[in-house]
Design a protein around this ligand. Structure first.
Ligand SMILES: CC(=O)[C@@H](O)[C@H](O)COP(=O)(O)O
Ligand SMILES: NCC(=O)COP(=O)(O)O
Length: 237
């Protein structure tokens, strides 16, 4: 079974637009869980333009499924994660000024750094995941860091889907087979949507979890959050 973790960054973006508490991020997280969502993902960025560090602390108190915090392990992110102790931390190598995540880790080049950070989180009892491109060398080197899982960065699949989905999914299927062989759990995310997620799930083996935010919240504007969560759950069966 593949779990759906809903990324609620975009709900925080909307809230922050007016400075008040509408929409209420904590209520949205609780509602998503009551609709069947199996996890909540947040990606606090250093400028706190959507998720604020305080949101992570508040969400920890109310999320009853699984809290996944994503981000670049700069010192203040590491401190936040160690304080909040989410179920999972996903390390993403994004630049401070990145509009959104735009690359996976070079796990060969940053192996020593990743080993150290992963060791710190694992000692605190937090499951770890590393955001990587679908490249078997990067997946194999990820295993050497001691991480529990990888998250496959799916933007290239989402871009290819309309033109040539067979070609677009092939590197992900291969990366997932490699990850499974070297003992890593497999998550995936970025630009997955109601259109493209079913084919991905059908063609990428051993997929434990997808985290989906941008498309899901956009789709919910037309279809409703409850309905959309359930449409994803059906596609992930
Ligand atoms: C790691 C990843 O691909 C997503 O978490 C993405 O980072 C969403 O972040 P934004 O909502 O800031 O685009
Ligand atoms: N890890 C990916 C994620 O949380 C959501 O990415 P997106 O669906 O907002 O592109």
């Amino acid at each position: 079974m593949t779990k759906l973790s809903v990324n609620i960054n975009k709900i925080a973006t909307l809230r922050n637009a007016r400075g008040g508490n509408m929409p209420d991020l904590l209520k949205a997280a609780r509602d998503i869980e009551s609709f069947g969502g199996q996890g909540i993902t947040i990606h606090p960025r250093p400028d706190e333009r959507h998720i604020r560090y305080q949101d992570a602390r508040d969400l920890k108190k109310i999320v009853s499924t699984e809290l996944n915090i994503e981000g670049n392990p700069i010192p203040k992110f590491i401190d936040l994660v160690l304080e909040v102790k989410p179920d999972q931390v996903t390390l993403v190598p994004d630049a401070v000024d990145a509009i959104t995540s735009n690359a996976g880790w070079d796990t060969l080049r940053h192996k020593d750094f990743l080993k150290e950070v992963i060791d710190t989180f694992k000692k605190a009892g937090i499951r770890t995941s590393i955001f990587v491109d679908p490249d078997t060398r990067m997946v194999e080197a990820a295993a050497d860091t001691g991480t529990d899982r990888i998250e496959l960065y799916t933007e290239s699949y989402a871009l290819a889907y309309a033109q040539n989905r067979e070609k677009g999914v092939a590197p992900f299927a291969e990366a997932a087979e490699t990850a499974h062989k070297v003992g890593l759990g497999i998550n995936a995310g970025h630009d997955l949507s109601l259109d493209n997620v079913k084919y991905f799930k059908e063609n990428v083996p051993h997929l434990l979890e997808v985290s989906i935010g941008h498309a899901l919240i956009c789709e919910a504007l037309y279809l409703g959050l409850d309905n959309v969560v359930n449409m994803y759950l059906n596609r992930l069966k």
